[in-house]
Design a binder for this molecule. Sequence first.
Ligand code: ADE
Length: 418
Amino acid sequence: MSKKIDYDIKDIKLATEGEKRIQWAFREMPVLQILRERESSTLFKNMVIGACLHITSETANLVITLKKCGAKVFLTASNPLSTQDDVAACLVRNYEIPVFGIRGESIDRYYEHIRQVALRKPDLVIDDGADLIVYLHKNPEFAINVKGATEETTTGINRIKNIEKDGRLLFPVIGVNNAKTKYLFDNRYGTGQSTIDGILRATNTLIAGKVVVVCGYGWCGRGIAKNLKGLGANVIITEVSPLRALEAVMDGFQVMKIEQAASIGDIFITATGNTNVISEKAFNKMKDGAILANAGHFNVEIDVKSLEKISKKISEPKPMVKEFFLKTKRRIYLLAEGRLVNLGCAEGHPSCVMDMSFACQFLSLKHFVNNSDIEKKYHEVPEEIDQKIALLKLSSMGINIDELTETQKKYLGSWNFD
Ligand code: ADE
């Protein structure tokens, strides 16, 4: 087993560029600005925070804020393809925050980086996809100090709930994804915009007039579909949930099975959190030139192994675009190796929405500090945190809202059976 290393990044000389990018993002993170200004510099004193997040300029602003509040933060990548190397360099050089992540790293190095953070025996954990939380459960000798963890995504929460169901959860976990100030904005508007951003940066294709198949009508799928419609695409939704499918129909989209959509679509986007959503049967029906992209956390939604198997030749006509020349002589283009297209081909969600998600991460960690006896199970984000973030965000926009009058409060509380 390897020893502790101080950090592992691509190139420290990239730090100056990284600083500019971090400052640019911070302009659009007013809630995090307020927390950085107002929260005590000793809030996380003597605490080690292990963070497994996409290493972006927005994440940098979160970990800098945690450090300013007294934490010793160790940051590792939550995806091998999403690290912004200049941001990683800047955190190490300018902020003395140990970072483990290199864009395009091998899977072995990716897990070695997670191990490096686990070796620090964190007191608190922030995760995106639960790879660090899973590692700590498989290596419980590193989990002895953990008082609580927070999880950013639907996929991560699903994994944590499975650990809990097996009765094996070692520490309490707060599911940040399920806060309204997270999924209503980050998933809907953040993924909704950045997924299209990734596809456009990689291919420069025209959306107007195209048939785009969106697999999954959760909050991410809804955001993607709505924006595509605004750009003039004909959007088809595939779903497994009757309720979501019905909602998609009433939102004005065509809904059908993937097998039927396969032969009609020009672009396919997966946003389900599930595996093998687009597989061999569908590939074989696709038009020549079909483009495939994934917006879900893991690279399991598009069955890339089968795509390789049915291909005669694979090439890379553009960065982050792989051409699969099928035995049937049709070409299929896969973006970002089937990994998160918004982070592989673009810069992830805009800072403005990450502001709320990361404020929620920060305040959930604070909740663990202020509630040392919190039960060892899965928890939702407390309602007061959601309310606080929404108010701070509105006020940063210069928007004031009405408050209930005493008469109105009385009226709402006055109804009874008699
Ligand atoms: N997940 C999606 N977009 C992100 C971003 N910009 N920063 C961190 N995590 C993200």
